[in-house]
Unconditional design. Structure first.
Length: 481
């Protein structure tokens, strides 16, 4: 049995639905639309009666006016409203800049140039605004320090989840220009590019949720980026009792001393340039077993070495490949090039056996430096959380296309990176709550279209019917509703 019913919504509108009953219970609902006026309600009821009648002939036909329904336009209103809601929940609305908010959301939906953002916004149902507002918003982002507001909101969100561990890493963004300047400079590139670049330092929590982003000149050493970032983080939030995790590229005696002096505990990867004394002593009398730990205590910190059989197997395969490559060069089957285990003395080419032996001795061994007073296994587990920073960088570079292709001045580049930081925070929040990637989230919601429908010349907003999977997804973002 099917019938038409009217339901009052939370916004005060009247929803018109077709309900189907079986054994006294409603088993299916079809949403026709929501009316805000008596005229809209009359139109929706007419539509509902027409759909309910279907192709069946009525017993006593009513005299009805001809009904003309046209779609004026459609848009991805659900996606827009959902992302705006997350923007607000993170506290970014404090900035009070609708253009900046729009640019952050576009960066998630379809990361394009600032001008092309106008096209994406139109598809999301946002009223088109003047392009000059885009540029004014970028200027305001720098002048009014939007990034500080974004970082503070991110910190408050992460602190609510329990913040005791921060992870730090760097990446590089190159520019397709030939001439360097005081900011964009050639340096050690993560992407193995020769063009001028900048360095990005990113701080995240153990879930990969961003806490702060800083940029540096392209030729700055990685070891010299961590302290400015941590010090700025400490100054802004007044923190001291927190653990910093970073990879081996950040390891230097001055960095560790400065972190200790500031009251931080740390876990940093250790670069193994030679076989550690403790490992060498152990290998004289025995063989390392899988996941075995050897500890070396130093003044103020300890170095933890762990052997893993799986890592050793990979290392040994790579050693064999490098030796084979060196032998090809020695035998004249490959041109001389930079080869790891090859020694060239005058015109003689030979294997560097000493280096090969060292590589075999270090196969499967990884080092960790820490001043934390916790079990060795926990220190190692903390370090392995660094994959969260790598995941955040991958998202920023691929899904959000963070590289500032269309900007050349530092102020504009910094404003662009602030947009990326906000977009990254929204994306990670959604991923953490829904357990799906932001790319998949957008793919699911964007095709669900709202529409403006004209019925006999009257405009009516037609809301989409949500698939059960999408309803379940949205419930994860709003568990209380």
């Amino acid at each position: 049995m099917a019938f038409i019913r009217k339901v009052k919504t939370a916004s005060g509108a009247t929803a018109v639905q077709i309900a189907q009953k079986a054994k006294g219970r409603i088993v299916k609902l079809s949403h026709i639309g929501s009316a805000h006026t008596e005229e809209e309600l009359s139109i929706l009821l007419t539509l509902a009666r027409q759909r309910l009648a279907g192709n069946q002939l009525e017993l006593i036909p009513e005299t009805k006016p001809s009904l003309r329904v046209e779609i004026k336009r459609s848009f991805s209103g659900l996606l827009w409203n959902t992302l705006r809601e997350q923007y607000t929940k993170l506290g970014f609305h404090q900035i009070e800049d609708d253009v900046f908010e729009s640019l952050c959301i576009v960066r998630i939906v379809e990361p394009v140039s600032k001008l092309d953002s106008l096209r994406v916004l139109e598809d999301l149902g946002v009223e088109r605004f003047d392009r000059n507002k885009l540029y004014r918003s970028l200027i305001k982002a720098g002048e009014q320090n939007y990034r500080k507001v974004i970082s503070q909101s991110c910190f408050e969100h992460a602190q609510g989840l329990g913040l005791s561990l921060v992870l730090y890493d760097v990446t590089t963004h190159y520019f397709e220009v030939q001439k360097e300047d005081t900011y964009r400079k050639p340096g050690m590139s993560k992407e193995r590019r020769l063009e001028p670049q900048i360095i990005i330092g990113l701080l995240v929590d153990r879930n990969g949720f961003p806490l702060g982003l800083h940029s540096f000149e392209g030729n700055k050493a990685e070891t010299k980026t961590i302290l400015p970032v941590i010090e700025a983080f400490q100054a802004q939030h007044g923190l001291s009792k927190i653990t910093v995790v970073a990879d081996a590229a950040m390891l230097s005696a001055s960095n560790l001393a400065a972190l200790t002096k500031a009251g931080y505990t740390y876990v940093v990867g250790s670069r193994l340039h030679k076989v550690p004394y403790d490992i060498a002593e152990f290998q004289k009398t025995g063989t390392l077993s899988d996941q075995q730990i050897v500890v070396s205590h130093q003044e103020g910190y300890r170095v933890i070495y762990q052997y893993r059989a799986k890592r050793a197997a990979l290392d040994l395969r790579n050693i064999e490949k490098q030796v084979a490559k060196a032998n090809k060069v020695i035998n004249g089957k490959a041109p001389a090039s930079k080869t790891k285990f090859l020694s060239i003395i005058s015109k003689n080419k030979q294997l560097n056996q000493k280096l090969i032996d060292k590589a075999h001795a270090l196969a499967g061994v990884k080092g960790y430096v820490s001043n934390l007073n916790i079990p060795d296994e926990e220190v190692i587990a903390y370090y392995h959380q660094l994959f969260q920073v790598e995941a955040a960088f991958r998202m920023a570079k691929s899904d959000l296309k963070a590289r500032p292709v269309y900007h050349r001045k530092r102020d504009a580049i910094e404003a662009h990176l602030t947009i990326v930081l906000a977009a990254l925070a929204i994306s990670r929040k959604i991923e953490i709550q829904t357990k799906i990637s932001i790319k998949q989230f957008v793919k699911l919601l964007r095709p669900i279209r709202s529409g403006i429908v004209t019925i006999n010349g009257n405009e009516v907003l037609a809301e989409p019917e949500l698939p059960p999977a999408v309803r379940a997804l949205l419930k994860k973002l709003n568990p209380g509703h």
